[in-house]
Every structure is written in C-alpha cells, then in structure tokens.
Design a protein around this ligand. Structure first.
Ligand code: NI
Ligand code: MN
Length: 231
C-alpha cells in the first residue's frame, strides 16, 4: 500500500490514498507559500489540529463547496456548524474513532486554540490517522514535551513536526521529538511562512539523520512524498 502526501505550505497537507483524499489544516488563501488555492482542492475529509486561523484556514468554504466531512475537537465542530458546515464529527483529546476510511485519534498538544472570531477553540490536538497499513502523525502546533514518547506506541510511518520556533517547538526540540516518537520518516512543517518562523530545513534534516533513526523528508510547497507501507 502507498499514499501520496503533498505539502501545501505551513501545516497544510493533502493526502491521497486508496481510502480517499484527506486535507489537514487547510490554510491556503492567506498562506504565502500555498502552491494552490482552496478552490483547487476537493477532499473527502478535512482534519483540523486546532482553531487558529493558520490551521482552520479555508475549511468553511471548502466544506461548503464539497460537503467534505470535517473532523476536529467538539468546540471547533460546534463553531463550524454555526458557520453553516453541516457534515462534522466532533472528538476530543485521547479519543480514537473508527471511520469507514480508517481511524483518527486526537492526541495531546501543548499550545493555544482560539477561533478567528475569538471563540474558545477547545484544547489543541495532534492527529494520528491510520489508513490501511499506514499510520501518520501530525503534531499540530505544540511545544516539546516528554509524553511525545507515547506516540512511539502508534508506530508512525510518518511524523509531521513543526520546526518554526516562536509559536511552536523549534528545530532542536523537533529533533528531540523525532528521537522520542521514533517514526520511520519525519517531515518538518510550520516554518518559512513568515520571517519570524524562518528555519533551515536541510540543517534540521542533517541533525535528524545524525541523532535519530528516523529518515527526514524535506519537501518544497507543492511537492509530494510517496509513502510506502512496510506490509
Ligand atoms: Ni496555533
Ligand atoms: Mn500555527
């Protein structure tokens, strides 16, 4: 089995798999690195780590146009329903749910979460997405914390980690996180969107290679990584 993962800049990813098309944190219209517009994407499912505008992004118009199922914490799905998004599935931290396409678990993230109009967005999350024999972990926005080691139990084929610093963990903490999570592959995100989160992803990748067993994958916005499962 294989899936294609395209980085759309910042924390936004498009995942194409036999189980369907998934869009994570679809921040496109105001994303200086976005390689496409919201109107170019027609996912089956949208997954949100938290309510900040640089993650919620274009969720409302994409969901309105496509009818995509939106999965997020309960505070965010309730808010989305008030914006007219009807196809939602609310969850909360620690919960896993089996969908027809695979499973989703919301994991702990240490960060804030506020929706664009100031509404409380509940607790921010990381997302474990299992599609067939492949497991993905998107950390969302988070600080480094020692319980990231618990993600190793999920045996992620790919972990997506923020490296931008200032708002999230920076490059050094993201190397430490990759060491705890022990994914097969690790991909950086949430950097170079603006000067305040400028980072050198190749220097980070070299540190990952030197200090962990994970294989770093650095994409340019719009580039795709083909992830093959071991089984
Ligand atoms: Ni955030
Ligand atoms: Mn963010």
């Amino acid at each position: 089995m294989k899936i294609d993962i395209t980085w759309l800049g910042h924390a936004a990813f498009l995942i194409r798999s036999p189980q369907g098309t998934f869009l994570m944190d679809p921040f496109l219209s105001d994303n200086p690195l976005a390689p496409c517009g919201a109107e170019d994407l027609s996912p089956d499912v949208i997954l949100l780590t938290h309510g900040h505008a640089d993650h919620l992004g274009d969720t409302v118009p994409i969901a309105a146009r496509t009818g995509a199922l939106v999965i997020a914490n309960y505070e965010i799905t309730t808010w989305l329903e008030r914006q007219g998004v009807t196809n939602t599935h609310g969850m909360n931290i620690g919960g896993r749910h089996e969908f027809a396409f695979g499973s989703v678990k919301l994991t702990l993230a240490h960060h804030g979460s506020q929706l664009p109009d100031g509404t409380y967005g509940g607790h921010p999350a990381g997302i474990v997405l299992k599609l067939g024999t492949i497991t993905l972990y998107h950390a969302g926005d988070t600080a480094f914390f020692s319980d990231l080691a618990l993600l190793a139990d999920e045996q992620p084929d790919l972990a997506i980690l923020p490296i931008g610093d200032n708002f999230t963990m920076g490059p050094e903490d993201a190397v430490r996180a990759a060491g705890l999570i022990q994914p097969r592959h690790v991909m950086p995100c949430h950097y170079n969107s603006w000067p305040i989160i400028a980072q050198d992803p190749q220097a980070w990748a070299a540190a990952v290679r030197a200090r962990t067993r994970a294989a770093p994958v650095v994409l340019e916005p719009g580039q795709t990584f083909c992830l093959n499962s071991l089984s």
